[in-house]
Design a protein around this ligand. Structure first.
Ligand code: IPM
Ligand code: MG
Length: 329
């Protein structure tokens, strides 16, 4: 397997070596292609990502991504959004399940996945900015809705087979279209489904977290709900994600580059390490993926955690504890 390695900016530079030390502990046959992309590159060259970078990425099977700072340029287009679009990574998959020994803001058991459409909706890029008015066109296509619903049904089938379609069809025509397409796919695939309006979903996710299994929704709603869900599992520092397409995939922690703590060596590496876990699972290394989950839960149980989890360990101390465990598990 060939992986493009993009540490990016801020704490991306710290969590990526931590994640790679965990990956290396398995001694798998993996070729790593390091790429400098992001704000650092923009400062040096005026461009955060080049066509050459994209070409190199497309020569790899997948990307392991750290975090990227958005440069203060009004014409700047997010690098991450560009990669998602160029590689057609249409499914953003974000699992949420409590980890051992992590204090949660709400009680109760839960285990759900947000399946977020990742290439269209409010992120269409079709926008106009005038002096007194601005427009963003929300684009929802049949193809885009069908393929995300199919992906969600596929995931539901491997889990509790319960799908929740989240939309705002009481207001948005584009969302009644999304809902209808999703319902059609769920019926065809024989998956039991429910629907929720996104505002009610934001409320119920806190009130009855344990009710949910697979949540499928449009781009911006998925973006917002997944940050809410990150709070439910104890923080963004714990949440991995997979951006999946038919040909490529990109794995990244949900957190950003966190300039406020960058360079201090205290960033929580677990989201990046759990992104490696998702990557290995995607690539069929299921045993290794399970080993990472076990090792992560074990260091959490031992209290080897960074300050965001009220610990006093550094990024490297956490990842070293995990790699040590992997070598003996
Ligand atoms: C995410 C982020 C991105 C998004 C930003 C950084 C463009 O918030 O991955 O959730 O909006 O999708
Ligand atoms: Mg987000």
């Amino acid at each position: 397997m060939k992986i493009a390695i993009v540490p990016g900016d801020g704490i991306g530079q710290e969590v990526m070596p931590a994640a790679l030390s965990v990956l290396d502990a398995f001694g798998l046959d993996i070729e790593k292609v390091p790429l400098e992309i992001g704000f650092c590159k923009w400062e040096k060259t005026g461009s955060a990502i080049t066509d050459d970078d994209l070409r190199l990425i497309k020569e790899c099977d997948c990307v392991l991504f750290g975090a990227i700072t958005t440069p203060p340029d009004p014409n700047y287009k997010s690098v991450l959004l560009r990669i998602r679009k160029e590689l057609d990574l249409y499914a953003n998959i974000r699992p949420f399940k409590p980890l051992r020994n992590v204090r949660l803001p709400c009680s109760g058991e839960f285990d759900f996945v947000i399946v977020r459409e990742n290439t269209e909706g409010m992120y269409s890029g079709v926008e106009e900015l005038h002096k007194d008015v601005a427009y963003t066109t929300r684009i929802i296509t049949r193809k885009g809705s069908e393929r995300i619903a199919e992906q969600a049904c596929r995931i539901a089938r491997q889990r509790k087979k319960r799908l929740t379609i989240v939309h705002k069809a009481n207001v948005l025509k584009s969302d009644s279209f999304f809902r209808d397409v999703c319902i059609g796919v769920a019926k065809k695939k024989g998956i039991e489904y429910h629907e929720m309006l996104v505002d009610a979903m934001a409320y119920d996710l806190i009130m009855h977290t344990g009710k949910y299994d697979v949540i499928v929704t449009t781009n911006l709603f998925g973006d917002i709900l997944s940050d809410e869900a990150a709070a439910l599992v104890g923080g963004l520092g714990l949440c991995p994600s997979a951006n999946i397409g038919d040909k490529y995939a990109l794995f990244e922690p949900i957190h950003g580059s966190a300039p406020d703590i960058a360079g201090k060596g205290i960033a929580n590496p677990l989201a990046a390490i759990l992104s490696v876990r998702m990557m290995l699972e995607w690539a069929g290394y299921n045993t290794e993926a399970k080993t990472i989950e076990k090792a992560v839960n074990s260091v959490l149980e031992d209290g080897i955690v960074t300050p965001d989890l009220r610990g006093s360990y550094s990024t490297n101390e956490v990842s070293s504890a995990i790699t040590k465990l992997i070598r003996i598990i």
